[in-house]
Design a binder for this molecule. Sequence first.
Ligand code: NAD
Ligand code: IPM
Ligand code: MN
Length: 361
Amino acid sequence: MALPRKVAILPGDGIGKEVVAVGREILELYRTKAGFPLELWDLDLGADRYLRDGTTMPEDVFAEIRDNCGAVLLGALGDPRVPNLEHARDILLGMRFRLDLFANVRPCRALDDRLVPLKGKGAKDVDFVVFRENTEGIYVNVGGNFKKGTPDEIAVNEDINTRKGVERIIRAAFAWAQNHGKKTVHMADKSNAMRQSGDLWQRAFQEVARDYPASSAKHVYVDALCLFMVQAPERFEVIVTNNLFGDIITDLAAALHGGLGIACSASVHVTPDGTPRVGLFEPVHGSAPDIAGHDKANPLATVLTVGMLLEHLGFAGEERRLEQIVQAAVREKKCTADVGGTLGTKATGAFVLERLARELG
Ligand code: NAD
Ligand code: IPM
Ligand code: MN
């Protein structure tokens, strides 16, 4: 069954609003100019709404996303006025967990030699994808406090790893590698220190690897991975890891190919029979309060994210098309300062839209 073409648009906070404005215009252009049957549904959720009336994620909105949308385009959540980030947890982690979007796919692909900050390395050396487990680990909020506020205070966050959860993210990584002609899958853990969860990840990795004999399955400790990502990123094609390690290494990965302003991501549920389900698409970056409201945010991460979203909805080839336009923006320096240009958010978006309009004829 095809996915519904209804797309929930959730700009969120800070620069999320600025970059999603560009993403929305791209989707609108596909709708009006190329006749893609998209329905855009704008959602007023985020810190402003939360501070106004206490709403985080209404149940009816969540149900509509779950039952009748094919994708959610999300900017970022996080606002200094909400220090406990209650709204971000409900909305962002709420969707990841409750929609069971267990595969957080974060490509790390350099689109220009100039964007690779490593001495002696270029774009050809940085091209891998991280499969980050997205529904378990230390993010599940299982834990508690004891003697809070006293000198004897204890704080516990449990790291939850289920056989099912570990196995399915590893399987998704191998399947993706196989379908994309990649030979090597690295699993990164900290099994030398975290014995119980490490043991589970190690066994699941070896067992799933047996189902993919054409792939080379390699283990790497996550600390060493950070070293090798900087020293020899060309070693990596597909990396699979847990929720927290995946969060951390994908910011590092972003730095290898131009920074957070150009790093995209998708959170999806991969069903064994391939039945598509609603997915969540967001740039890797946050709300960047340090530059919010100044037209400085790079919208290209969101442009690439929209490419992943369209591909998810079944519009094959649009991810590649948008990637090529982003590559042109960088090459011609029609981009923001973080990737070597002089334009603002809006002008960068206008360049992308103009190129896209020309291509869509
Ligand atoms: P951040 O990603 O917002 O910013 C880190 C640095 O990168 C900042 O210097 C920022 O200016 C820069 N940056 C980020 N995106 C950029 C872009 N598109 N163009 C140019 N520069 C960009 O991380 P942070 O400062 O640690 O977090 C800010 C808030 O965002 C926090 O509340 C955090 O919890 C939240 N956050 C949300 C998400 C999300 O919603 N998916 C992701 C990460 C962080
Ligand atoms: C990300 C963010 C989130 C995460 C935060 C905002 C909870 O850093 O999407 O990378 O840790 O997953
Ligand atoms: Mn992060």
